[in-house]
Design a binder for this molecule. Structure first.
Ligand code: NAX
Length: 328
């Protein structure tokens, strides 16, 4: 058995937290040989509920779980963390515009960025799930300037998994036969779910599906609007699939992407694909399994893809403007 990994989870008493914590404790990120300590952060009104979650975690008697910390102090939650999953944020209220949500949640990620820099391990990996996740991640990264920018990423894995499922459904194959869709841009409904480099059973997805109109139309809009469809059906936003995607994202970072495959992750742009440097944009990435990632290079857009990509990158640039005062 190795040293325990310390995993901080914010918003741990929320619906995603409830699906996420037991799976981390069961070893689904670091594997069956690595014990974990969960360091859960909540706001004061939710500490009672968090206590209940911690009681249930005890009752699971997970062999790998070495402790559960419950706190409303970010410095306690992030202390010596190896991985911080920033899930907690305020949901979008009725009649609230996206810009209002960004302004409402931004300050959370200022203080959490500062706390991460102050107390987390210097090689902590920070994964932002709480929405608007790209821009929240940008804020956290700017407020932890001594941590490497490459330690920060935001989650578009759920969109990636949704794209896999849609392509598999249309081709009538199991999703394990589908590889390498891409989510470009923002985790919002401007994202560009791209099938152009995806394969199904080793053949180009477009050739297997044979219906470009569907790919350019329903495929894209279904992936973009899936979150809304889940809310309409369930009365609550995606939680199980979001937790599952957060695990996939973290597992890619710490265990690597399979040979010949990539995943999608919002990471700090280095100018790849002409995206202005410094915004958290979703790209195809490969991971070696040591916490690092590489943006897949030299994929070519057609005119349709280029136009879609521009829209979502422009939205990210606009979001950066909206929070300019929160960026150091
Ligand atoms: P819930 O409202 O069930 O839980 C959020 C939890 O965060 C609450 O328990 C709340 O008390 C806590 N919280 C609020 N402010 C906090 C703070 N400053 N510090 C610590 N905790 C805080 O939401 P849930 O369904 O769990 O979703 C959490 C976030 O994930 C939301 O922002 C949601 O929009 C986002 N999502 C992101 C997805 C993605 O693909 N990136 C998909 C799923 C989800 O919509």
């Amino acid at each position: 058995m190795s040293e325990p990994k310390r995993v901080a989870v914010t918003g741990a008493a929320g619906q995603i937290g409830y699906s996420l914590l037991p799976r981390i404790a069961a070893g689904e990120i670091f594997g069956p040989e690595t014990p974990v300590i969960l360091q859960c952060l909540e706001i004061p009104p939710a500490l009672g509920a968090l206590k209940g979650v911690a009681m249930e975690m005890d009752d699971c008697a997970f062999p790998l779980l070495r402790g559960v910390v419950c706190t409303d102090d970010p410095k306690e939650a992030f202390k010596d963390a190896d991985l911080a999953l920033l899930v907690g944020s305020k949901p979008r209220g009725k009649g609230m515009e996206r810009a209002d949500l960004i302004r409402e949640n931004g300050p959370i990620f200022v203080s959490q960025g500062q706390a991460l820099q102050a107390v987390a391990k210097s090689d902590v990996r920070v994964v932002v799930v709480g929405n608007p996740c790209n821009t929240n991640c940008l804020i956290a990264m700017h407020n932890a300037p001594e941590l490497p920018k490459r330690n920060f990423s935001a989650m578009t894995q759920l969109d990636h998994n949704r794209a896999l499922a849609q392509l598999a459904g249309r081709a009538k194959v199991h999703s394990s036969h589908v590889r390498n869709p891409i989510i470009w841009g923002n985790h919002s409904n401007t994202q560009f779910p791209d099938w152009n480099f995806a394969t199904i059973g080793g053949k180009p997805a477009q050739e297997v599906i044979g219906d470009v109109e569907w790919l350019r139309g329903d495929f894209i809009s279904t992936v973009q609007e899936r979150g809304k469809a889940i809310i309409e059906a369930r009365g609550l936003s995606s939680a199980m699939s979001a937790a599952n995607a957060a695990l996939d994202h973290a597992r890619c970072l710490f265990k690597g992407t399979p040979e010949g495959s990539w995943t999608s992750m919002a990471v700090c742009s280095d100018g790849s694909y002409g995206v202005p440097e410094g915004i958290m944009c979703s790209f195809p990435v490969t991971c070696r399994g040591d916490g690092s990632y590489e943006i897949v290079q030299d994929l070519k857009f057609d005119d349709f893809g280029k136009a879609k990509f521009e829209i979502t990158v422009n939205e990210l640039l606009g979001e950066r403007e909206t929070v300019a005062d929160l960026l150091k």
